[in-house]
Design a binder for this molecule. Structure first.
Ligand SMILES: C[S@@+](CC[C@H](N)C(=O)[O-])C[C@H]1O[C@@H](n2cnc3c(N)ncnc32)[C@H](O)[C@@H]1O
Length: 257
């Protein structure tokens, strides 16, 4: 903070400096009182619609862009207890694979970095194979992952992203066994050209169109450790501090898919 900004915010504004006298101070962690969860027979009683575990767990590589902590994955796998094969078709640093290994769940995982395009029905050809699929796709171009034009984060327009994302979700739906679960972790974001992009809405829309139904509540995952939390912006906006894990299920009857 400069002395001029401290003393005269109008002068600071004229000089093009942020008026730090009116800006909020760097925030300390805030503690919110959460609603009490009902006692029930869940094997993971702390797994509720609000996921606020700030520990990432020793899974994957925390320095990988877009890495997600493994503890939510561990809780979901413990809750759903898939009987057979699991899969992560956009594996990044392998967080899901590491959790599966710890829990003794057989798992297959790939990424565009291995040359595998999960959006391509000719490449992701599995059918009625997996009991559980974990997907943590690119939030369109919020972060860029590779130079490969098939990378979802390289989709040049929103409609191009949604067209490829639709194919990805359809591939996952086909690859699930009847009764299998697809957990997608996704976040909304504000794009410099498109404005606010409700990617969680699109995820549900596309999953339902692929014949899946929602299996349980959305899980709002608090974004502890997000790099944006350490930045200072000049503009005014309502910060998004969460992403959403949606769990879908493939019908057991043959009619929908
Ligand atoms: C959000 S990151 C996943 C991070 C991962 N959950 C972890 O903890 O490390 C999204 C991943 O999707 C991959 N990806 C993007 N487009 C893809 C495609 N068409 N097929 C397969 N993987 C893709 C990116 O390379 C990136 O690793």
């Amino acid at each position: 903070m400069t002395l001029s900004a401290q003393i005269n915010p109008f002068f600071a504004a004229r000089m093009g400096r942020p008026d730090v006298s009116r800006a909020p101070r760097r925030q300390e962690p805030a503690y919110a009182r959460l609603p009490r969860a009902p006692i029930n027979a869940s094997p993971v009683p702390h797994l509720t619609s609000l996921y606020h575990n700030h520990r990432a767990g020793e899974y994957g590589d925390r320095s990988y862009p877009g890495n997600c902590g493994g503890n939510l994955i561990k809780d979901l796998l413990t809750f759903f207890g898939p009987a057979g094969l699991a899969c992560d078709p956009m594996a990044g640093s392998g967080t899901f694979r590491d959790v599966c290994e710890e829990l003794g769940i057989p798992c297959m995982s790939w990424d565009i970095h291995d040359g595998f395009d999960a959006c391509d029905p000719e490449a992701f050809t599995a059918r009625d194979t997996f009991d559980f699929i974990w997907a943590h796709p690119a939030y369109w171009r919020m972060k860029l992952y590779s130079d490969d034009p098939r990378d979802l984060s390289r989709a040049p327009t929103l409609s191009d992203f949604l067209r490829r994302y639709r194919r990805f979700i359809k591939n996952c739906a086909r690859a699930l066994k009847p009764g299998g679960k697809l957990a997608i972790l996704m976040g909304d974001y504000t794009d410099r050209e498109e404005g606010f992009v409700p990617l969680t809405f699109h995820t549900k829309r596309l999953a339902f169109a692929a014949g899946l139904s929602q299996s349980c509540t959305d899980i709002i995952r608090f974004s502890h450790g997000a790099s944006s939390g350490r930045k200072v912006y000049r503009s005014s906006f309502i910060p998004g501090l969460h992403d959403t894990c949606m769990i879908f299920e493939k019908p057991t009857s043959k009619e929908a898919l």
